[in-house]
Design a protein around this ligand. Structure first.
Ligand code: GLC
Length: 457
């Protein structure tokens, strides 16, 4: 009995300690958190970026995982490398497309899992430059996007399905090849190569705003990549660079309980949007960015016609912003170097909406009001933006808006004043704030008309 009591007491003590420990971040954690928030500030205000998956996999045109999915050996993959010559590549054109869509930054694949380099690495011959008239595709991208005033980032695959010292682990194309598996893989040698290439990118290409590492799995995570050393080196050359979180496996859960680490500044939900703002275990917001494809593939896929509508893209962007997140929207240029026509068409539509409504996106974040049935809220300071996405229900009730603090209500697109009332057809519940749209309102964007509610505090 005595033993049991001691056991129970110590359990109690332990849980008290752990609750206490959860509530109080260490000084080191707080300092790092502050740094992360400082350096991600521009990025959290930017909210919308372009992801570009471009490489020799555009030739087979079955997505960037073709080598792994179809278990193609490096020898057999060579035919695509030989043919890849994106003669129509025009980074200036890409930059214009991104800018017109309202995007503020872009991230290009410098090297994807297939190991083929878009940049002129001195550490390998497995690169485009010599076959491309000496052109460095990455440098051209950086120059062109910077010239349009966009921030720039590079995606770099820490996995490498080509390097002879990278073992046939995970989804390596030769994972089932027993003979290949018998080779000696010199991991240190691979690490040296990988760190060396990252150093080339952060040292030789001017100011980079984002580095997007991809990805960790199983025990290939964190220190397996010598991640600390890697990050230190990156920060030595690029003190303000923002890093994604894929140098290690994300142990967080969908409901929160995250920790901001020294190895990454933002979380990267892929092909999905979190249900709520992501918080760390102390309740602080964690910077995050959902990456989404425009069809179902990152790399160019000739037969993938599963395009998202511009409406869905805008809804997704607003969804992210309404939860303090960013959207990194992908395009996969074809083997000639052109962004698919369908993507351009969608981005143009998105750009039209952004021209009129960007004020409800840039610098905006979550609103304290609960998500309404008719759409979503974003907020900047004392201004709430009601995104009216399902207008056929009639009245727009921005329930919970404090009526005594409201200064002005208007359509964002035109600035036209809108009146409001607290009761409607006998509905006089507390908190009601019915905005009168009129009997035949001019709804320039039936899928998301933005109503601006300005408050005094
Ligand atoms: C995944 C895939 C990859 C894609 C990336 C984008 O990790 O391996 O092909 O580049 O996600 O987030």
């Amino acid at each position: 009995m005595k033993k049991l009591i001691t056991f129970c007491l110590s359990l109690l003590l332990l849980s008290v300690i752990s609750v206490y420990a959860q509530e109080k971040p260490s000084a080191e954690y707080t300092e790092n958190y502050k740094k992360v928030m400082d350096r991600t500030q521009w990025w959290r205000e930017a909210r919308f970026g372009m992801f570009i998956h471009f490489g020799a996999y555009a030739v087979p045109a079955r997505g960037e995982w073709v080598k792994s999915n179809e278990r193609i050996t490096t020898e057999k993959y060579q035919k695509y490398i030989d043919v890849f010559n994106p003669a129509d590549y025009d980074a200036k054109e890409w930059a214009k497309i991104a800018k017109a869509a309202g995007m503020k930054y872009a991230v290009l694949t410098a090297k994807h899992h297939d190991g083929y380099c878009n940049f002129d690495s001195k550490l390998t011959d497995y690169k485009l430059t010599p076959r491309f008239g000496g052109r460095d595709l990455v440098r051209e991208f950086l120059d062109a996007f910077r010239a349009e005033g966009l921030k720039v980032g590079l995606y770099y695959s820490i996995i490498d399905w080509h390097h002879p010292d990278y073992p046939n682990v995970g989804n390596h194309p030769q994972r089932d090849d027993k003979e290949y598996g018998k080779r000696t893989f010199n991991w240190d040698n691979y690490l040296k190569y990988m760190h060396g290439q990252v150093e080339e990118l952060v040292r030789d290409y001017g100011r980079l705003d984002i580095m997007w590492f991809d990805y960790s799995f199983d025990e290939y995570s964190g220190e397996k990549w010598k991640a600390k050393e890697l990050v230190q080196m990156v920060r030595k050359y690029q003190p303000n660079i923002i890093l994604d979180n894929r140098l290690e496996i994300n142990h967080g859960t969908a409901t929160g309980q995250r920790k901001i680490s020294f190895l990454g500044d933002f979380e990267t939900p892929e092909q999905g949007i979190p249900d709520a703002p992501i918080l760390d275990q102390y309740g602080n917001p964690v910077p995050w960015e959902t990456c989404l494809t425009l069809n179902n593939n990152w790399g160019y896929a000739e037969n993938d016609r599963n395009w998202k509508s511009p409406e869905l893209v805008i809804h997704s962007l607003v969804n992210c912003v309404s939860k303090n997140g960013n959207l990194l929207l992908n395009v996969g240029p074809d083997a000639r170097g052109r962004i698919p026509e369908e993507s351009i068409r969608i981005l143009k539509e998105v750009g039209k909406w952004m021209d009129d409504n960007h004020e409800s996106i840039y610098g905006c974040g979550a609103c304290q009001l609960a998500k309404p049935d008719w759409g979503r809220y974003t907020r900047k300071g004392n201004t709430i933006y009601a995104h009216w996405m399902h207008p056929n229900l009639g009245q727009l009730n921005t329930r919970g808006v404090p009526a005594d603090k409201v200064k002005y209500v208007s359509f964002l697109k035109s600035g036209a004043e809108l009146s409001w009332q607290k009761t409607w057809w006998g509905n006089n519940e507390t908190g009601n704030f019915f905005i009168n749209i009129g009997s035949s309102p001019k709804m320039p964007y039936p899928f998301d008309t933005v109503v601006k509610v300005e408050m005094s505090e």
